[in-house]
Design a protein around this ligand. Structure first.
Ligand code: ATP
Ligand code: MG
Length: 382
């Protein structure tokens, strides 16, 4: 382009030349009533109109019909004239009718004696930024949904596993009851069936409460009663050669956990010990009060320590770091889901306790749970 083609630019001041050269921002002037007085290259690029098409027109031309009906251009102008500046973000319309998301500022320009002579209008097309933000929001929502589904899937899988345990108890008790002539024994077995059935119903309740975002209910749990009912429930799930010993410390304190889940945890741990024994050996369930001062996962205060130990085959050092992973199992296909210990882990995290494991291959395994003690002031604050 020769210099003779651009007489206006040549005569323009350096500031005008600068404004004209900007293509990323629409920079133009309005008179105090909102009519367009000047127009730069950026305005043409962003909005599509040439200077001769818009100069003299009212700047409400760039707004959507809806914004015009709601009086948005007039409101912006009024605010700028009153306070000296007005900023806005919203949809604007190009000459071809397409829309872009605009970030706009309107600044009052005064003469040296303070009189308002017009307004400077600077507009940026930030559609890309808006789209990026919307994409980010959509991704966040997807991630949240995926995490929730994942957790729900794990929980459902865990429940299927626990349901299986309950059905084992129900079927086992029913079979024993069918073969028994002792009415007292039949009565006790029927009680087991009712108990297991009720816990099955409780489990679906837990799943529903998770799906509805509710936290499971922690409360005061008497370990003595819970251990006794677990022992009874497990009695017929253990083969003849396996002995379950229970050793309870003096004055065992109550704990604050979800009782139904704790029972499931005990069942999971004892069934794992049973599998490790391969038909023969001793499982020991011990419970005692203890004080922690940071030695276990930085826990402090009063806890009840629960140990489930066996003299079974033990866990290989290469396997040990993985045992709490969901779906990790060394058992044959169809024998284990690999969800038992992940349920234990989830429960213990939710209960603000800890779980540790010690195992020597060929000698046995000890799983230790630390459960927070119920204290009257803890209950008050919950
Ligand atoms: N007491 C134990 N002795 C030896 N190995 C154990 C013991 N407890 C757990 N494991 C190992 O940890 C793995 C994971 O245990 P987890 O309870 O999560 O799943 P699983 O027992 O394999 O399957 P499921 O619990 O669904 O029947 C087991 O497959 C086993 O290899
Ligand atoms: Mg298991």
């Amino acid at each position: 382009m020769s210099s003779s083609d651009r007489p206006d630019t040549l005569q323009a001041s350096p500031y005008e030349q600068l404004v004209q050269a900007v293509v990323d921002y629409a920079i133009y002037m309005l008179d105090p009533q909102g009519h367009i007085v000047s127009w730069n290259a950026g305005a043409q690029r962003i909005k599509g109109w040439r200077a001769e098409e818009v100069i003299g027109k009212h700047f409400s031309l760039f707004f959507t019909d809806q914004d015009r009906i709601e009086g948005r251009p007039a409101m912006l102008l009024e605010r700028a004239l009153r306070t000296g500046v007005a900023q806005d973000e919203g949809w604007r319309v190009r000459k071809d009718g397409t829309r872009f998301w605009a970030l706009a500022a309107l600044d009052v320009i005064r003469s040296p004696d303070g009189e308002i002579i017009g307004l400077a209008k600077i507009t940026r097309d930030i559609t890309d930024r808006l789209e990026a933000a919307q994409q980010l929001d959509a991704m966040r929502a997807q991630l949240f949904q995926a995490q929730k589904l994942d957790a729900l899937g794990q929980l459902t899988g865990g429940m299927a596993h626990d349901f299986n345990n309950l059905l084992t108890i129900i079927i086992g008790s029913a079979k024993l009851a069918l073969g028994s002539q002792d009415s007292l024994r039949v009565h006790r077995l029927l009680e087991h069936i009712v108990d297991a059935g009720e816990r099955g119903a409780q489990m679906t309740q837990q799943l529903l409460s998770f799906a509805r975002h509710k936290v499971l209910k922690s409360g005061r749990v008497q370990l003595l009663a819970l251990i006794e009912s677990s022992r009874l429930l497990l009695a017929h799930a253990l083969p003849k050669g396996v002995e379950l010993q229970v050793q309870l410390g003096e004055g065992l304190q109550d704990v604050i956990v979800d009782g139904g889940q704790l029972q499931m945890v005990l069942v999971n741990l004892i069934l794992n010990a049973r599998d490790a024994l391969e038909g023969e050996g001793v499982i020991c369930l011990q419970a005692c009060n203890c004080q922690l001062a940071g030695e276990v996962e930085d826990l402090h205060g009063a806890f009840v320590r629960l140990d489930v130990s066996d003299d079974g085959r033990g866990i290989a050092p290469s396997v040990l770091p993985r045992i709490f992973e969901p779906f990790f199992t060394t058992k044959a296909f169809g024998k284990g889901t690999g969800l038992g210990l992940s349920q234990v882990y989830g429960f213990i995290k939710q209960s603000n306790g800890a779980v540790t494991v010690a195992s020597v291959q060929g000698e046995g395994t000890r799983m230790t749970l630390y459960l927070p003690v119920f204290e009257a002031n803890t209950a008050a604050s919950n």
